[in-house]
Structures are given as structure tokens and as C-alpha cells.
Design a protein around this ligand. Sequence first.
Ligand SMILES: Cc1cc2nc3c(=O)[nH]c(=O)nc-3n(C[C@H](O)[C@H](O)[C@H](O)COP(=O)(O)OP(=O)(O)OC[C@H]3O[C@@H](n4cnc5c(N)ncnc54)[C@H](O)[C@@H]3O)c2cc1C
Length: 454
Amino acid sequence: MPGAAAHWWLHETLAALDAALRERGGRLLLMQGAEREMLEACIAASGATGVYWNRRYGGEERDGDARLKAGLRERGLTVESFNATLLYEPWTVLNQAGEPFQVFSAWWRACRRAGDPPPPASAPRRWNFQSLPAGLARLASPLDDLGLAPRKPDWAGGLREAWPAGEEAALERLRAFFSDDFEAYASERDAPDLAATSRLSPYLCVGALSARQLYAALRAGQYDGAAGSPGRREASAEKFASELGWREFCYYQRYHYPDLARRNLRPAFDAMPWRRDARGLRAWQRGLTGYPFIDAGMRELWRTGWMHNRVRMVAASFATKHLLLDWRAGEQWFWDTLVDADPASNPANWQWVAGSGIDAAPYFRIFNPVLQGQKFDPSGAYVRKWVPELASLPDRLIHQPWKASAQELEAAGVRLGVDYPHPLVAHEAARERALEAFARTGKAQGKPARLSSA
Ligand SMILES: Cc1cc2nc3c(=O)[nH]c(=O)nc-3n(C[C@H](O)[C@H](O)[C@H](O)COP(=O)(O)OP(=O)(O)OC[C@H]3O[C@@H](n4cnc5c(N)ncnc54)[C@H](O)[C@@H]3O)c2cc1C
């Protein structure tokens, strides 16, 4: 089940798709009910002789789709499924032993050796919608009846401001990304205040835009008109392609390890003494940890349904290491609040940060939230935007308000512990505690278990 923010996004995207089809004389038909039953009813009402769909990659999804396919074929229908989500099918890229790759760089090289994925087919030039058989129209549910969008209260205001839905909006964003300051992507993509990344993840996630569309646009050099030097533009294009590669690698993991969202890929992490800390979890969720860089990210997430990648990494590290919360608790919160909540990218990245995943960051790499803030938000602009109660602190203190003197706090209008919390945990002590906990897992850096086969 998608989370609440992703539900809202699906609602908006379906509405935009319906509007685009209506402009061309058609409409989107939505049905709700058990897949098999709805499909059978649809076939009976329309007299369809073929069924076509886009492939899904989760374990249960694949099993269900395979059963559906076999059943329909037995009845003489033509059934075809297509890759609309990925650049490379996960079962086609294996190591020399015929097993899934465990390391991103080797896997990505193998993908590149396989050649460019086929470019996407272009949209039809002529549309020929026929009138809807009455039986089929009767099966349709109005979009509002699906209950995807919040009603009372309508908490989606901030999301609506941030994310215009639909393919046209996605293409507009892509054009802006390629033309604005594309050459800066490679060097500035880690700075959360600079908006140097594409912000296309919500569109990719819901299928309003495909990875193959993006890849083909890169290959066609659609960014060539952007300002700056060709060398820097090429470096940005290479970096952007490899980020699409990371998305792809997450799907690769979801395919080969269907338990990705539930089980540690490194079983040694099963012995990790995660803490049950409802207070800490709540403070983290609300952006009240007392570490401004983390709190800015968590509030950006709550307000817009999105968080910058660098801050996602630091916030996830804080949850799993400083607070020693099970990565699944953080993953669940992201799942519920991200507009781009993705069944592959979300758990794979949480496992990557926690250290329990394949090719993961080593557990002992514990981000210092102050240094991360100072490095990636040196002027404090990002913190000032999302944690306005600290806005008047000088740059030197913006990432560590507890170091301010009483006069400095007064001058900035901050009452620590009243307007903004003291740090929930002290960095050094939390770091020590995390390393001790990690040591208890023994050989936690062991090889990931093979949970399923391709
Ligand atoms: C703890 C954690 C949870 C995450 N959960 C999600 C999630 O649920 N959905 C999601 O789409 N991304 C997730 N990410 C990955 C990443 O943060 C977002 O994809 C990225 O911030 C989207 O912003 P963008 O489109 O501007 O990225 P850009 O830098 O413009 O990158 C282009 C595209 O590449 C892909 N991409 C970039 N980085 C990653 C990555 N590390 N992993 C997978 N794909 C990547 C995305 O599809 C992105 O749209 C998560 C990262 C972390 C650390």
C-alpha cells in the first residue's frame, strides 16, 4: 500500500492523465476491485482479445502477474507485458557466475557494456477513441471514489504548491533542469539550498516520465543549449546517468531480494540491538532533534513530501546511528510522507545508510550532523528556510545553536529549550553508543544472504 503522500500524488497524476486524454477525445477508465475479477469483467464487457500491461518487479507482484498471464493465455487471449520502468531488466545483468552483482560500480559497468537501452516509442500522432461500451462504462469508478486524496483535513496544501502533476509538468521540469544550470549538477548536487538537482523523482516514481525517456534525452544531448562549458555539461550528464543507475540498482535489489523492505540483506544485522525510543522517533519525525540540518530536512519532507538526497542520507544516518532506531521505522516514515516513496529506492537506500544492505555504506561511517551542515549548507540558507526560529543566528552558529552565548541567543531571539530544542543526544556519546552496538553484531560486514533467485 502506498503511503499517504504517495496516494495524494497518484490521485493528482491520474487526474492529469485523464485531462490529457480528454483533450484528445478519450478518457481514463478507473476500476476498483480484485485484479482478476475486474480484468475478467472488463474483457467480457469490451470483447477484448488481448491484454497488455507494464511489468512490476516486487515478488508478490511478479507472482500475481505471472498467474494472471498464464490464466488469460489458457483462455486464448493474447497477453504481453512490457518494461516501462527500467533501463535494463534485472535478470539480464548478472556476474560471470550467473549471480546478481553485489557492487554498484561493477554492475553499472556491466549495464553500460550491454549498450544503451532502446529509446522509448514516441506518442501516437493520431488518436482514435471509440465510444465506450455501456457495460464497460458501468464498471468505472470516479477518481474521487478511490479515496486517494485527503478530504478532512486537507493536509496536502504544501504538496500541491510544490508538485504540479502529469507528464507535461514533468517534461517542463526536465526542460528547465537541462536549460537552467545543468553544468552545475555534478558539482552542486549535494547542496540542499541550491536546488541543483532535477526534482524528477516523484514523476519517475509514478510513471509520468520514464527512465528511458530521461536516458534518451541525455544521449540526444538535450542539455546542449545550456550555458557553461561543454566539459562540465558532459560531467553533469555522466553523473545524472549514474544517478539513474542508482535508481535502477535499487530495482535490481528489489527483484533479486524480494524481502528488501523487511529483512536485513546482511543477516548479521539481525543481531543489532536497535532501541525502542518512541520519544526519539517522534522528535526526529517532527524535525525537533536539536540538530538544525536534520530538522530542516525533516520539515522539508513534512511540508513538501520531498527531501534533498544529501539530507536524506544524514537524517537516515541520524535515525539509525545517533538514535539507534531500526531502519524499518525510518523507512516507514519516509514511505508515508514522501511524494516519491518508492518500493525499491526507499528500502534500498535505508539499508544502504544503515549498513545492512548490499554495497552499503559501512556502519562505522557515522555522519556528524554539524559538519555535514557546515559543509553542504555553509551559509545556513537551507536551515534558515525550514527552521525559521533560528534564522537570525550568525552563520557560525546556525548548525550548532547550543554553542551560542546567552547574548548571541538573545540577539537572535532564540530561547533554547523553548523556541528550539536542545540536542536530543550529544554527537560523540551517540557515536560511541552506535559503534558499541554495532560491535555486538560480530561480523556484520559479511556477505549478503541470497534471498531469492532471479
Ligand atoms: C534514506 C533514503 C531514502 C530514499 N528514498 C527514496 C524514495 O523513496 N524514492 C526515490 O525516488 N528516491 C529515494 N531516495 C533517493 C534520492 O534521495 C532521491 O531519488 C533524490 O533525492 C530525488 O531527487 P532528484 O530527482 O532531484 O534527484 P537527481 O539528483 O536529479 O537524480 C535523478 C534521479 O536519479 C534517481 N536517484 C538519484 N539518487 C538516487 C538514489 N540514491 N537512489 C535511487 N535513485 C536515485 C532518482 O530517480 C532521481 O529522480 C532515497 C535516499 C535515501 C538516502
